[in-house]
Design a protein around this ligand. Structure first.
Ligand code: HCA
Ligand code: CU
Length: 380
């Protein structure tokens, strides 16, 4: 069976999100949580970012987690040396390779990138650490340039090549093509994919990358990162759960919700309404057609079993789209015995009430009980 590493970059890419500031204590707490969940890599910023960042790296390395701790460093000597002074498992190097980044960011030519990267990779390898080299903005880079650089860094000993879609421009098909090409050219080397979400394709692109041969996918909690972020941890987990469950065998999926709630609290935001698995309504069913089927058998409208994530399903009946099957079900739950005619009338009354605005669960219960109290006096 193929293997797949999930690299969580909440503490690196995630700190590049406009709302993020993690204290040392929060960083440590998040790292512990990611480890309990079971991710293979936890990516941290470069130690040269700030003294507090360096201390956090050392504090997280000292936890003795199962997850491998890697630091994300520029391909420059000072950064690499600083990283080697910490106790990280490995270094995730990156270098901009597109014309856009070469001319607007670091100004290096392809030969200069190679000359700079190769000795650093060799140096890292002599220390026995893991090293990955990423061609930043790979999907706007010239293919010949990319392969020229990859040939050299593979020769120098990198264990993985990173293919980031830095600006979120790629389609799943483009990702599939580039990953397959790189995978067939460097069979002994891993491939990491990191996809931004500027056009909403981050999760789809990551799965396309895996299916084309990538063996490491980058994610963050809730997908936080530069601009509107990258693939979310819960999005990738939900895809793997459905299509490649064996790859999640050693994960503790019940950690996901609390981890996400914790990160949301740190950022002072709510978990977005459309997050796979963890959105407040991810397992809530509303329309009458849905609620009836789900009450018969949840798999009618559910591909993820909420209990596997320590969560519960919710059947909402307080809207004008409610149906009598679900209403009857709720009446039974409330201990009421109604004839089928009564259920029809109760449903009608509830729908009329919900024309003025949806009702919460408590309001629905109150409504049903009040209706029941006075039903003898109602004329149908
Ligand atoms: C960055 C860019 C990066 C790097 C990804 C990688 C990207 O914020 O420094 O190292 O593979 O999206 O290209 O996050
Ligand atoms: Cu990124």
């Amino acid at each position: 069976m193929r293997s797949l590493a999930i690299l969580d970059s909440t503490l690196r890419e995630g700190e590049q999100f406009i709302k993020t500031f993690f204290t040392l204590e929060q960083r440590v707490q998040i790292a512990r949580w990611l480890d309990r969940l079971g991710v293979t890599f936890i990516e941290l910023p470069s130690p040269i970012a700030s003294p507090e960042t360096r201390d956090s790296i050392q504090a997280i390395c000292a936890l003795g987690l199962q997850s491998h701790i890697v630091t994300h460093v520029r391909c420059v000597e000072a950064d690499v040396l600083a990283a080697l002074e910490t106790n990280v498992y490995g270094l995730n190097l990156f270098f901009g390779t597109s014309t856009e980044l070469r001319s607007n960011s670091h100004g290096r030519r392809i030969e200069q990138i190679v000359q700079q990267a190769v000795p650093l990779i060799q140096l890292i390898r002599t220390t026995g650490r893991y090293v990955r080299f990423s061609a930043e903005d790979a999907f706007r880079s010239d293919l010949v340039d990319l392969l020229t650089i990859f040939d050299a860094v593979v020769e120098a000993g990198v264990q993985r090549i990173g293919l980031p879609d830095t600006v979120g421009i790629a389609t799943p098909r483009q990702v599939e093509q580039l990953v397959s090409l790189v995978a067939s050219r460097y069979p002994g080397v891993g491939i990491e994919f990191h996809g931004h979400n500027d056009t909403g394709c981050a999760i789809a692109n990551a799965i396309a990358a895996f299916e084309a041969g990538a063996d490491c996918l980058d994610v963050t909690v809730m997908g936080i990162g530069e601009r509107n972020g990258i693939a979310s941890l819960s999005g990738i987990i939900s895809q793997l759960y459905i299509h490649y469950p064996a790859l999640l065998a050693r994960y503790d999926l019940t950690q996901l919700m609390e981890l996400e709630q914790y990160v949301a609290e740190c950022l002072n935001i709510n978990i977005p309404y459309n997050m796979p698995i963890t959105a407040p309504s991810a397992f809530t069913h509303r329309a009458g057609v849905h609620t009836k089927a789900v009450l018969h058998n949840p798999n009618a409208y559910e591909i993820l079993n909420p209990t596997d994530f320590g969560l519960a399903r919710h059947v909402d009946i307080g809207s004008r789209f409610t149906g009598r099957y679900a209403v009857g079900h709720r009446a039974v739950f409330l201990g009421l015995q109604l004839t089928s005619d009564e259920v029809v009338h109760l449903t009608q009354a509830l729908k009329e009430r919900a024309e003025h605005g949806s009702l919460s669960d408590e309001e629905v219960n109150t409504f049903i009980l009040a209706w029941y109290e006075q039903k003898g006096s109602l004329i149908w």
